[in-house]
Design a protein around this ligand. Structure first.
Ligand code: NAI
Length: 404
């Protein structure tokens, strides 16, 4: 149980942006930042001194790490993905995992804007040829983007941000989303993907990877696109059938594309990248860098550090990827007990029994559950919160209890 803010020690590995350390130190926590990604056994050794851990994509949080470190209060993935963490095991050990899924939204939207102009002016090819000593001065096939129509597929965080940026450059925006979305600015919602494909000069994908979005752009969809249009994909590599795209480019139906994500991507910068799109004219290929900017790294550092602060000081699990979400403001007049328990019948009755026996008045209580755990926040008017929390923790089904 954590009583004293100064006792909370946080370990940040993998060279997480220093803004995270600054934010957490300003809140009064002790933070150690290291560059390396420790292997399983060194991580377990190191963690004996820490209650909180921040990682990026390389450090693996295995079942063994979780089992060996039951004292961990939370883990932060200072990145987008959380595949490197055993989320279910962490949950059952009472460890919420936080990440920053949307901190790089703007970076992706800006890349797409740059790509629309680059494709319209054949910048990639002209640049390569100028480097080779070839002088390709010609207006043929080069266009302004002003007045053209951008079709956005997936009007979520990135799609809607792109919509605003594109309109401010004079593009007309249409979009398709499976969920009803509020159109921003003058953007027009379309009833189907086909309607977008038929009307747009640029089609840009911003959907997640789901069974529905797999191979969403195949031969029939490319045929439905306007002749002379462009495709942009900075979402997921599974969305576009590359062979169908190559066919559409070779036939001249499409006059260019910009692709940042691929069905098969090299696992490191050392591995060679192969694609059937290589060497085709007006094709921009980038190595999954849509969200890779220093600003995004800064935003990720700040966002996860903020989640840590809210979790440590209030118990808020808002934005956690593996935990029931609870977020409750608190006054200084009450003590807050946080309890994580296995979600089985009768647990709440047992907890309330302990509180009522101690004659502590419950000022507010919030419970959020999923199929396996319950997360309870209780604000009490009592001087004995610590001993009550100890009693609650002794219950057979309690996983973790602390007072803030
Ligand atoms: P988001 O979850 O905010 O938005 C996705 C939108 O797609 C939602 O509005 C959803 O309703 C919609 N959608 C889902 N299935 C659909 C379907 N079948 N048809 C039409 N719309 C559908 O996600 P966000 O943050 O905008 O990210 C979008 C994509 O961009 C994700 O796949 C993400 O992995 C990818 N991404 C790529 C990056 C890169 O470096 N290239 C960086 C960041 C995100």
């Amino acid at each position: 149980m954590t009583k004293d803010i100064m006792k909370t020690k946080i370990l940040l590995v993998e060279n997480i942006h220093t803004v995270a350390k600054e934010r957490l130190e300003n809140a009064g926590y002790h933070v150690d930042l290291i560059k390396e990604s420790p292997d399983e056994s060194s991580l377990i050794k190191m963690l004996s001194q820490y209650q909180m851990l921040g990682i990026r994509s390389k450090t693996e949080i295995t079942d063994k790490v979780i089992k060996s470190c039951p004292h961990l209060l939370a883990v932060g993935a200072f990145c987008i993905g959380t595949n490197q963490i055993r989320l279910q095991s962490a949950k059952m050990a009472g460890i919420p995992v936080f990440n920053a899924p949307h901190a790089n939204t703007r970076s992706v939207a800006e890349l797409v804007i740059a790509e629309m102009i680059a494709l319209s002016r054949q910048l990639g090819d002209r640049n390569t040829r100028a480097h080779r000593g070839e002088w390709m001065k010609s207006a043929e096939g080069a266009h302004e983007v002003r007045g053209k129509t951008l079709g956005i597929v997936g009007y979520g965080h990135i799609g809607s941000q792109l919509s605003i940026l594109a309109e401010s450059m004079g593009l007309n925006v249409i979009f398709y989303d499976i969920v009803k979305k509020l159109p921003l600015g003058n953007a027009r919602p379309m009833r189907s993907l086909e309607e977008v494909l038929q009307e747009a000069d640029f089609v840009s994908f911003h959907v997640p990877e789901t069974p529905q979005t797999k191979d969403m752009m195949g031969p029939a969809e490319f045929k439905a696109m306007k002749k002379g249009s462009y495709l942009i994909n900075a979402s997921r590599g599974t969305v576009v059938v590359i062979e169908a795209l190559v066919e559409a480019l070779k036939s001249g139906h499409l006059v260019g594309c910009a692709i940042d994500v691929f069905p098969k991507e090299p696992s490191s910068n050392k591995e060679r990248f192969e694609s059937a799109l290589q060497e085709l004219p007006n094709v921009i290929l980038t190595p999954h860098i849509g969200g890779s900017t220093e600003e995004a790294q800064y935003a990720i550092g700040l966002e996860v550090a903020e989640s840590f602060c809210q979790f440590l000081s209030l118990g808020s699990t808002l934005g956690s990827v593996n935990f029931p979400q609870v977020d409750l403001s608190k006054t200084n007049l009450t003590k807050r007990i946080l309890n994580i328990h296995r979600n089985e019948p009768g647990v709440l009755g047992e907890i309330n029994g302990i509180v009522s026996e101690a004659q502590a008045n419950i000022q507010s209580q919030a419970l959020s559950t999923d199929e396996s755990i319950g997360y309870l926040i209780m604000d009490l008017e009592t001087k004995h919160a610590e001993s009550l929390a100890e009693e609650i923790q002794k219950l057979k089904r309690s996983i973790k209890t602390r007072v803030v």
